[in-house]
Design a protein around this ligand. Structure first.
Ligand code: EPU
Length: 417
């Protein structure tokens, strides 16, 4: 299994380009199932999760062109096999995003339950509840959701909690339902808005995406479209946090600063100087960061997907930070690994108390999930000596050209095979 060796202690300098957003690209690829026409996507990141989604869709009969320069064309002229098997769903939970589109297009779907996950239980009850309200019959048997329906009917769905992929699944299903659907307590994440933009370009009638009430007027069929995936706000935030921790001066081009308010605010609080010019973000950090406390929350609150990276920053900050995780019940695995590098962190329930130390020391650590790994990379960049991160397949799932981008900023990073 590949490892990443980082020799820390260098500031980061230079310019890199942000990739397309993983968590927007995955649902948008699933939207191709809703139409027999071609969906041409741009700015699709080259990632393991995108390859897994392509494999899943291909199994169902979707024709996919090659992925070149961020472009990929998908065409579901016919859906031959509306199933998502356990082998694929267990490696990537986002596979569950085929459920709504398959049901809407084919009237049936068989999708594996995702099961547990490194960061929490992550049930899909809200996806099921919403589709049932729209008239689907869903039996959960032998680890699979077996869903059937005639045409879905529009419904009012009040979600018990804010769920990103749940909102996306129901929004996609509702585009082809009979009548109008009201999704209340919907997720407001920018990725939901990007999906709505793509669906609208395909002819869907959607209002309110980006607010907590989304209204979808069902149409009889959708057409093809061309859509450029939004920039990855978590990748952007990860590089910004890396600079805030390691010091230096970096410009990130092709970003969407308006989707990063909560992260930018925390980085300013930590002492970073930020310059926003259109779609570019400049960051400069000359001193050791100040500790910044935070509490994760659904958008526009502080993203849980940025929590590990800010924990790494706090590990070497001046002062003590309280980090409270409210979205996932088991998302502090990186804290134990950061301790191996010399961080002082104690966990009390869903709060981590991080007492900043002056320096971290390189050591071997293990990546446990995608964002935890990103936190370890940041810690490795600041630690003295060498840090070896094991199981970096997690990083390959969600960070395009990570070593190349870090190397472009002057970091000493090598992949050990
Ligand atoms: N939840 C339920 N029932 C449901 C759905 C969710 O109880 O039916 C709970 C979850 O267990 C969790 C909370 O609701 O406690 C929020 O989960 P959500 O459904 O919003 O998460 P998700 O849609 O499965 C997406 C991202 C995650 C990101 C979360 C939160 C994608 C493909 N994944 O997951 O991204 O952490 O939203 O913002 O969009 C990552 O990229 O590393 C990643 C994990």
């Amino acid at each position: 299994m590949d490892k990443l060796r980082i020799t820390g202690g260098r500031p980061l300098e230079g310019e890199i380009r942000v990739s397309g957003a993983k968590n927007a690209a995955l649902p948008i690829m699933c939207a191709a199932l809703l139409t027999e026409h071609a969906l041409a996507l741009e700015n699709v990141p080259r990632l393991m999760d995108v390859a897994t989604m392509a494999k899943l869709l291909a199994r169902m009969g979707v024709e996919l062109g090659p992925q070149r320069d961020g472009r990929i064309e998908l065409r579901a002229a016919r859906v031959s096999d509306p199933q998502a098997p356990y082998e694929l769903v267990k490696t990537m939970r986002a596979s569950v995003l085929v459920l709504g589109p398959l049901l809407a297009r084919c009237g049936r779907a068989r999708v594996s339950l995702p099961g547990g996950c490194a960061i929490g239980q992550r049930p899909v009850d809200q996806h099921i509840k919403g589709l049932q309200a729209m008239g689907a019959n869903i039996a959960v048997e032998h680890g699979y959701m077996d869903a059937r329906t005639e045409r879905l009917r529009g419904a009012r769905v009040v979600m018990d909690l804010v769920t990103v992929t749940g909102t996306e699944n129901l929004m996609m299903a509702a585009t082809l339902a009979e009548g109008s659907t009201l999704l209340e307590n919907a997720a407001r994440e920018p990725e939901v808005v990007d999906l709505a933009r793509c669906l609208s370009a395909m002819g869907a009638k959607i209002q309110g995406a980006g607010s907590d009430v989304i209204r979808i007027e069902g149409v009889a069929s959708l057409g093809g479209a061309r859509h450029a995936v939004m920039p990855d706000r978590i990748e952007t935030g990860t590089y910004l946090a890396a600079v805030a921790a390691a010091g230096g001066k970096v410009r990130l081009a092709g970003a969407a600063p308006e989707t990063l308010e909560a992260t930018l605010e925390k980085l300013r609080e930590a002492g970073a100087r930020l310059a926003l010019e259109g779609d570019a973000i400049g960051i400069e950090m000359a001193a050791r960061p100040r500790a910044v406390s935070l509490r994760t929350a659904p958008y526009p609150g502080f993203a849980t997907d940025m929590q590990a990276q800010l924990m790494a920053l706090n590990a070497i900050a001046r002062g003590t930070a309280l980090i409270t995780e409210t979205i996932f019940e088991n998302r502090f695995m990186h804290a134990l690994e950061l301790q191996r590098l010399g961080a002082e962190i104690s966990i009390q329930g869903n709060t981590a108390v991080v007492s900043g130390v002056e320096r971290l020391q390189g050591a071997s650590v293990m990546a446990t999930d995608l964002r935890a790994s990103a936190g370890l990379v940041i810690a490795g960049l600041v630690a003295e000596g060498q840090t070896v991160i094991e199981r970096i397949y997690h990083l390959d799932r969600g960070y395009e050209a990570l070593e190349g981008k870090l190397a472009a900023l002057g970091a000493r990073v090598e992949r050990l095979r």
